[in-house]
Design a protein around this ligand. Structure first.
Ligand code: VL7
Length: 137
């Protein structure tokens, strides 16, 4: 699974992104923009450092982390909150807990059938995104 997660991935489905954004308190104006975006994930690994970039025509958002090492995350350009984040492996899933003001916040990534899966969690809302590998890039 670690070998398979790196690369550039293009979104092919996005379920309940709206519910996730509402849970984060994103304004209707930004939600409308965000819902139209064709998101990409660019995932790199440099030694034990992972870099996950969420890329769009409107805004980009990048995190970098080491598995098992808590880090301070500022969700700049998203909901602009400070959280303490921890990414761990649970089986074949890369799980992130984002501890802060919002309850039950985090995400999970895994690769299944050559697709990158992502679940985004916030206060009981689950957004499910699926990406296909971009072979051209
Ligand atoms: C990151 C966006 C909506 C605000 C702008 C939309 C810009 C493009 O946490 C995420 O990814 C993890 C797992 O891959 C790694 O950071 C999701 C996108 C969620 C939430 C917030 C709308 C305004 C979107 C950056």
């Amino acid at each position: 699974m670690p070998a398979g997660i790196c690369g550039t991935w293009d979104i092919i489905s996005n379920v309940n992104f709206e519910g996730y954004m509402i849970a984060l308190g994103i304004s209707p104006y930004l939600r409308k923009i965000a819902l139209k975006l064709k998101l990409k994930k660019v995932i790199e690994q440099h030694g034990d450092l992972y870099v996950v970039k969420t890329v769009s025509a409107f805004r980009n958002y990048t995190i970098s982390f080491r598995v098992g090492q808590e880090f301070e995350e500022f969700t700049q350009g998203l909901d602009n909150r400070h959280v303490k984040s921890l990414v761990t492996w649970e089986g074949n899933k890369l799980i992130c807990e984002q501890i802060g003001e919002k309850r039950n916040r985090g995400w999970a990534h895994w690769v299944e059938d050559d697709k990158l899966h992502l679940e985004l969690y916030c206060e009981g809302e689950i957004c499910k995104q699926v990406f296909k590998k971009n072979v051209a890039e």
